[in-house]
Design a protein around this ligand. Structure first.
Ligand code: NAD
Length: 495
């Protein structure tokens, strides 16, 4: 349960200026630069943070390299690493509400979702990978009698993690958990508009007993700090969640430097497909609305394209608009809010531009489409539903990353498959149908990392998350995530 009085007590708590955490020590930027951190709740300054330079990134990378080479972490018995990680998870839970409120003030996610999806999910993720630490075995190869072939699994070295602003702790720990459990060291670059909680997480790691230099945080702009990381010959792997444009840049920089491996979790334009034979249209309405409008649509797997069978299209859209209109958008620290603030003014303006463009093309905005609560100074936007959308419209092809739903009617299974697969993305999808055979056919035919059936967006740590096509490569979550952080090494021994 959310403790409203504690939330209110934390609402205006002063936030200390944020410094880098490099080699276990808080440090300002090497040239003393700072940047203002604005809260999306009221558009006012929340605190300042170090504006990192390339020199700061190099200092963090050097600390991570030294910590990796000296074996203070990779050389520990797995059970000893596990003990530190488990302590860390407990500390994150201890401070969960403080972390959640700080995160909301920094990035605007509604508190109910923030508490669950951020600190509590982060603690669960760290615990999941901690428990796996001493359960990863190598292999003995089935060779002839005169040799022994061993397959070791060795940490890759220094991991550079670059993460976005929508769920910094959840997405951050999807990388940190398996990377650190596997014995690597990490340099993390949080997003400019959601750095504060990840920094706090790194302080808690030190408190849990993680040696200095194992987990470093460099604050600042992606184009400076992230760029320096992606060009560094001392980083072995870059793991990234964010936009396709930056993903391309990371691949280019890997090619230009040391051919480091680059794993990308990128955006989506995920189709949510409702057939007329869905078991419950009311359930489909409720879940579809939540699947696009929670966290103001700033969810990578958001169901941003609603494909509805024509025979139920009008009735479904009417119900959806009626339900969505009841979703309270506003103060994200009020537990009654179903959606909080858009993360930044820039993102809000971008969302509104997409709506204006669709309107100018003659598409119909049947709900929302405007900024609201402007008098608060915060960045709030109504849940927005656009109908009459063509499959090739910009609003059906490009990721908005906001509370904007494009609705497209269809007539047949073949047609809807063509539309569903007809974008550059392939992250998530859903199919609502009462036919088991159709559900399985669709799961097979839709090109996406996850296909939900008769639900949208549910998941837990036991299953991988990753995209196909231009939604990325590699996977977060589940034991498969270790593949990014462990190298296979063969020993071929003549007997
Ligand atoms: P973004 O790509 O602008 O930024 C992501 C991170 O990259 C930030 O930390 C940023 O500082 C950094 N960055 C920016 N320029 C860089 C550069 N030149 N070199 C290195 N790093 C750089 O994305 P965003 O706006 O923060 O997040 C929104 C995007 O993330 C959306 O496209 C969304 O779909 C995607 N996303 C994907 C997933 C997933 O799991 N697939 C999850 C969440 C968000």
């Amino acid at each position: 349960m959310l403790d409203k009085s504690r939330i209110e007590a934390l609402r205006n708590a002063p936030v200390a200026p944020a410094l880098h955490l490099i080699d276990g020590v808080a440090r300002p930027a090497s040239d003393g630069g700072i940047m203002e951190v604005l809260s999306p709740l009221d558009g006012k300054p929340l605190t300042t943070m170090a504006r990192g330079t390339a020199a700061d990134a190099h200092a963090a990378i050097a600390a991570a390299r030294r910590a990796f080479e000296d074996g203070c972490w990779s050389g520990l018995a797995p059970a000893a690493r596990k003990a530190v990680l488990l302590r860390w998870a407990t500390l994150i839970e201890r401070d969960a509400l403080e972390l959640a409120v700080l995160g909301v003030r920094n990035n605007g996610t509604e508190i109910g979702m923030a508490l669950k999806a951020e600190p509590l999910s982060a603690a669960a993720t760290i615990r999941y990978y901690a428990e796996a630490t001493d359960k990863i075995y190598g292999e003995i190869a089935p060779t002839g009698d005169d040799v022994l072939g061993l397959v070791h699994r060795a940490p890759v070295g220094v991991v550079g993690a670059i993460v976005p602003w929508n769920f910094p702790l959840m997405i951050g720990t999807w990388k940190l958990g398996p990377a650190l459990a596997a014995g690597n060291t990490v340099v993390l670059k949080p997003a400019e508009t959601a750095s504060l909680t990840l920094l706090r997480l790194a302080e808690l790691a030190l408190e849990a007993g993680m040696p200095p230099g194992v987990f470093n945080v460099v604050l600042g702009e992606g184009a400076v700090v992230g760029e320096a990381m992606s060009l560094s010959p001392e980083i072995d792997v870059i793991v990234f969640t964010g936009s396709g444009g930056v993903g391309r840049r990371l691949l280019e920089n890997a090619a230009r430097s040391n051919l480091k491996r680059v794993y990308l979790e990128l955006g989506g334009k995920s189709p949510n497909i409702v057939f007329a034979d869905a078991p419950s249209l009311d359930e489909a309405v409720k879940v579809s609305a939540n699947g696009i409008f929670r966290n103001a649509g700033q969810v990578c797997v958001a169901g941003s394209r609603l494909l509805v069978e024509r025979s139920i299209h009008d009735a479904f859209v009417e119900k959806l608009a009626a339900f969505s209109a009841t979703m309270k958008v506003g103060d994200p620290l009020d537990p009654a809010s179903a959606a909080g603030a858009v993360n930044s003014l820039r993102q809000l303006e971008q969302n509104l531009r997409f709506v204006d463009e669709a309107r100018a093309q003659g598409r119909k905005v049947v709900l929302g489409g405007r900024r609201i609560l402007e008098e608060t100074g915060g960045y709030f936007m109504e849940p927005t539903i656009i109908t009459g959308v063509g499959p090739d419209d910009p609003i059906a092809q490009r990721e908005v990353f906001g509370p904007v739903l494009a609705v497209i009617p269809f007539d047949t299974e073949e047609e809807v498959l063509r539309i569903a697969n007809g974008t550059d993305y392939g992250l998530a999808a859903a199919v609502w149908t009462g036919s088991l055979s159709r559900a399985h056919r669709m799961v097979r035919a839709i090109r996406a990392g996850v296909v939900h059936v008769n639900t949208y967006g549910g998941s837990d740590l036991t299953v991988p998350l990753g995209g196909v096509k231009q939604s990325g490569n590699g996977h977060d979550k589940s034991l498969h995530a270790f593949d990014k952080y462990l190298d296979l090494k063969t020993a071929w021994i003549k007997l």
